[in-house]
Write a protein that binds this ligand. Structure first.
Ligand SMILES: Cc1ncc(C[n+]2csc(CCOP(=O)(O)OP(=O)(O)O)c2C)c(N)n1
Length: 699
């Protein structure tokens, strides 16, 4: 054997040595990136490199030359702080991520941000970093795969056929969202979901001994997962065998618990939290390299033999994709219609006339709750859009989000046709209704995975007040520019008797505070229809629909402006010549300003009514448009919304007023609450008279 030189560590004599060379290449590319940035997490890559190596070079079906190939396996680095590991893998296997980018880890405008970000780095499937989120995303991806496979595959044509792999850490498994998602994944028997657990017993600031001593293996077994315990994170043969075993298991998701050592090889930092989130330090890097038989110089060393081995991924992936393309063209010959549809799904296009069956709601004084209108609209979307799938956190009957006669997403083995009367209908992976159970956080994280998988138009639903339980995942959906729709009902004190705990107050303001999320609170059934159109067509922004529990009148659109003006975010619902006052409202409060305007008219006061269902859509309009709707010269303005006033100053200005909720609500019938808290046409009318007088007196 030739001794290692400074430039080239060893001559390869067998597979084992090649494996070791490749593993150390991953390790030290990551460690050097962290050291150069003087920031980052070297511990995870040092410990987890062997399992990542086996997975990425032996099992992961991917084409580095086309990271969007639809039937690729999905890989989620749920422990996103280990990003240097992922960047090393992407560079080494030949993605469009140069070594220069790896050396610019965590720097301004590099493609290698601190935590992996979808859309910035080719091959990064989902944005991770907030622990536990990636775990739920992977469950969503596995659901997407199972649904599309059940829907489009035919005998001898496994067109959709990928695994979802993930690397999860102690921190991931401590987070509640992971427990929620794991429980559902086990129940759904998502056999093609395989997670490798970097079981290193160390977190950011301590050993798991201080806070995480449960038997994780038993816990996952109880969730219905296959679990495989590995004692040695460096034993590539055992890892290989375990992944194979996981792939062979069709009915249960698999957790491979791999006992690793954080900061493996570092003489002073291995097995300590010092290796978790800070560079090892120049001296310690040298010692670690020497300890593992790696040249101390140069940094970012990639031995030719290792690179050649890693880069086999590209021709292999190209060949896999080529085979798949051939399969797809044979499929097309036999199943032309399904192939057309599937191609549309893959391209992310909507079917022609997808919205043609969306109802137009007739004028109706009594009207209907916008949640009810939404439910009707969803049925028509469901019929024309095969990838419209989703559900609620056990609130279908309240949020009206069940897609009727479109089946329930479920492994048929679980039910064997027996639903014990719980929910009617078919139960299989071709079902469109996902029963998330009472797991709001996982629901939102899973929807991110469904959307990130591609082709799917997911929706999920709960009461607006519980959006708080989903917020961390919603934030990631917004960061990732994902297309998905949140249906939040019971949107104010108008929900009535359930009382203070269930009445959202600050939620609209808090959702509006989130960049990239589009919040829409339609005022009646027809605005709800337009809102759904906006939501489905929103390719790169999640949309939250905020809907009432209580009935609201369906406005007479021959008198008022058309409901499709909702697309502008705010529009003049009804005008008067030279208006003296502008009343602005959203959702259920719009019919109240209509009532107030009638009272004002009787007093000869000229009133402009503005329906303002979406601030975000309004802000996208030109200054000219915005000034047309809210002319700067008209300073007497009142906004009415049954939530906190925060932010409304922007639209009512210095002189204007907001009729709002500045405290938590209470338990009583809705009409009583609305009256007691001042949400009546009469109160708005009186406030308007006072405001006009005050401004007149002032001038
Ligand atoms: C939701 C969330 N809380 C806190 C953090 C900060 N944080 C980053 S890594 C980490 C724990 C690290 O432990 P582990 O997951 O075991 O990773 P390892 O130390 O093995 O790299 C924490 C608390 C985070 N990223 N996400």
């Amino acid at each position: 054997m030739i001794q290692a030189t400074e430039k080239e560590p060893k001559t390869i004599i067998d597979q084992k040595e090649l494996d070791q060379l490749c593993i150390n290449t991953i390790r030290f590319l990551s460690v050097d990136a962290v050291q150069k940035a003087n920031s980052g997490h070297p511990g995870l890559p040092l410990g987890a490199a062997p399992m990542a190596y086996v997975l990425w070079t032996k099992y992961l079906k991917h084409n580095p030359l086309n990271p969007h190939w639809f039937n690729r396996d999905r890989f989620v680095l749920s422990a996103g702080h280990g990003s240097a590991l992922l960047y090393s893998l992407l560079h080494l296997t030949g993605y469009n991520l140069t070594l220069d980018q790896v050396t610019r880890f965590r720097q301004w405008k590099s493609m290698t941000p601190g935590h992996p970000e979808r859309g910035i780095t080719p091959g990064v499937e989902t944005t991770t970093g907030p622990l536990g989120q990636g775990f739920a995303n992977g469950v969503g991806m596995a659901i997407a795969e199972a649904y599309l496979a059940a829907h489009y595959n035919k005998p001898s044509f496994k067109i959709i056929d990928n695994y979802t792999y993930g690397l999860v850490s102690d921190g991931d498994l401590m987070e509640g969202i992971a427990s929620e998602a794991a429980s559902l994944a086990g129940h759904l028997k998502l056999g093609k979901l395989i997670y490798l657990y970097d079981n290193n017993h160390i977190t950011l600031s301590a050993s798991t001994q201080v806070s995480f001593t449960e038997d994780v293996q038993k816990r996952f077994e109880a969730y219905g997962w296959q679990t495989i315990w590995l004692n040695d994170g460096n034993d590539t043969e055992a890892i290989d065998k375990a992944i194979q075993e996981a792939r062979d298991e069709a009915e249960r998701p698999s957790l491979i618990l791999v006992r690793t050592h954080i900061g493996y090889g570092s003489p002073h930092k291995q097995d300590t939290f010092a290796a978790h989130g800070s560079p090892l330090g120049v001296e310690e890097v040298k010692l670690t390299k020497t300890n593992l038989g790696w040249p101390t110089e140069p940094p970012f060393l990639i031995p030719e033999k290792a690179l050649v081995h890693f880069r086999k991924a590209a021709p292999k992936g190209k060949e896999e994709e080529h085979k798949w393309n051939n399969l797809l063209s044979d499929y097309r010959k036999k199943y032309a219609e399904a192939a057309d549809e599937l191609e549309q799904v893959i391209k992310g296009e909507l079917p022609k006339n997808w919205d043609s069956e969306i109802p137009v709601f007739p004028t109706d004084k009594k009207g209907m709750a916008t949640r009810v209108a939404s439910g009707k609209i969803m049925q028509s979307i469901g019929k024309s859009l095969p990838t419209f799938i989703g559900g609620s956190a056990d609130l279908n009957s309240s949020t009206h989000t069940e897609l009727k006669d479109m089946g329930n997403f479920e492994n048929p083995i679980t039910h064997k046709g027996d639903t014990q009367g719980a929910v009617e209908g078919e139960w299989n992976y071709d079902g469109r209704n996902i029963h998330f159970g009472v797991r709001e956080h996982a629901m939102a994280g899973i929807c991110n995975g469904l959307s990130a998988y591609g082709g799917i138009h997911p929706f999920c639903s709960t009461f607006l007040v519980f959006s708080d339980y989903m917020r961390p995942s919603m934030r990631l959906a917004a960061i990732m520019d994902l297309n998905l729709t949140y249906v939040f009902t019971h949107d104010s004190i108008g929900l009535g008797e359930d009382g203070t705990t269930h009445q959202p107050i600050e939620h609209l303001a808090s959702l509006r505070a989130m960049p990239e999320l589009v919040v829409i609170r339609p005022c009646d059934a027809n605005e709800t229809a337009t809102a759904w159109r906006v939501a489905i067509m929103s390719k790169d922004k999640p949309v939250a629909l905020i809907l009432t529990r209580q009935e609201v009148p369906t406005l007479d659109r021959s008198r008022f402006a058309p409901a499709d003006r909702l697309v502008y975010g705010g529009y003049i619902l009804e005008d008067a010549a030279e208006p003296e006052i502008i009343l602005i409202a959203t959702g259920s409060e719009v019919s109240l300003i209509v009532g107030a305007a009638e009272l004002l008219k009787k007093q000869g006061i000229r009133t402009r009514l503005v329906s303002m269902p979406s601030w975000e859509l309004f802000e996208k309009q030109s200054v000219k448009y915005k000034n047309e709707i809210l002319p700067p010269a008209i300073t007497s303005r009142i906004a009415v919304e049954a939530g906190v006033s925060m932010g409304w100053e922007r639209y009512v200005g210095q002189e204007g007023e907001v009729i709002s909720m500045e405290k938590f609500g209470s338990s009583a019938p809705a009409e009583v609450l609305m009256k007691e808290y001042g949400f009546t046409a009469q109160n708005i009318y009186e406030r308007a008279i006072t405001l006009i007088k005050r401004l007149k007196d002032k001038s």
